[in-house]
Design a protein around this ligand. Structure first.
Ligand SMILES: O=C(O)CCC(=O)C(=O)O
Ligand SMILES: [Fe+2]
Length: 313
């Protein structure tokens, strides 16, 4: 196996009145057991919107440093403020031994009024006079990801797990989202291996014939080549925990060697801020916000990596 499998969202949505799923749900189940990483096609999100969002991101990152820094984490009001805003080159460490990553990034969330709840509130983001189309394209794309993909994938995962299709719904009626755009300068090299900490990540990578994203599955690193019009989905630690280790959160890294800069746009999906879940087959009570806060402390305060990075030698 040296390419990752492709799943059709249209086929997953086609339950045809049955609660038990179809062939695509069976494939999804096996892929989640074996790889925790796949491509999603037939998602219904327009390639033009994706391209506009990538271009507006690249234009933002090309702005002078001082302008970008006016939207830095230290200017953000959401708690923790490391969940929002601009981060300059070498600002994030996804794996301690690999060291700070050669990339810039900007984190957004779902826009909410100011709130005491963690990870909830507004993002200070440049408007059109500073970064034309940046906020508008990102929020439009975010809206589409959160309506056209996330709820359907949650239903499909429930069906694949032999649960009611709406089993995850009460945990996700006001979900937390970390929506990120990343800029890897040309020939930026290695950004740290890690796992993602949430339920799953919808990752849009800019199309290049030469891959930069690599995935560790079945004891080997393989390239996650770009497939036109398909997004990457990777499962996170929280879903691994929720399924009591059945589904795997998959290690990955970026090695960018191209002589062109690269934009990627991951959407890290988490449950409601006040949710409590019990890993399937246990009566343990897990609070997702505690897990998130720990991960943010590891990345931003201790600089000791993301997700299960410490397990990855
Ligand atoms: O840029 C990519 O392709 C992957 C980024 C990533 O894994 C992350 O930010 O968690
Ligand atoms: Fe990641």
């Amino acid at each position: 196996m040296n390419t990752l499998p492709v799943i059709s969202l249209t086929k997953l949505k086609d339950l045809n009145g049955s609660q038990s799923g179809n062939e695509e749900h069976k494939r999804l189940y096996n892929i989640c057991l074996e790889h925790g990483f796949f491509y999603l096609k037939d998602h219904g999100i327009s390639a033009d919107l994706v391209q506009q969002t990538i271009e507006s991101s690249r234009n933002f990152f090309q702005l002078p440093k001082d302008i970008k820094k006016a939207y830095g984490q230290d200017k953000q009001t959401v708690y923790p403020n490391t969940s929002r805003g601009y981060v300059p080159l070498y600002g994030e460490t996804l794996h301690e031994e690999v060291g700070p990553d050669p990339k810039e990034l900007f984190d957004l969330g779902i826009q909410h009024p100011p709130s005491d709840k963690p990870f909830t509130g507004p993002t200070l983001i440049p408007d059109d006079t500073v970064a034309p189309g940046f906020a508008a394209s990102h929020y439009q794309l975010q809206g589409e990801i959160m309506t056209k993909i996330v709820p359907h994938l949650l239903r499909a995962l429930a069906v694949a797990l032999n649960l009611d299709p709406d089993w995850f719904d009460p945990y996700f009626d006001d979900p937390i989202l970390i929506h990120r755009t990343i800029y890897y300068p040309s020939e930026s090299g290695v950004a740290g291996k890690h796992t993602d900490n949430g339920i799953f990540t919808v990752l849009i990578q800019e199309y290049f014939p030469t891959p930069s994203l690599r995935v560790y599955t079945k004891n080997a690193w393989i390239d996650a080549v770009c497939l036109e019009d398909a997004f990457v989905i990777n499962l996170g630690d929280m879903l691994q925990l929720w399924t009591n280790g059945l589904f795997v959160s998959t290690p990955h890294e970026v090695i960018h060697t191209l002589s062109r800069s690269r934009i990627s746009i991951p959407f890290f999906v988490y449950p409601n801020v006040n949710a409590t879940f019990e890993p399937i087959g246990t009566d343990k009570k897990i609070n997702p916000t505690d897990i998130m806060l720990k991960n943010f402390t590891s990345i931003w305060v201790e600089k000791s990596g993301a997700g299960r990075a410490k397990e990855l030698k």
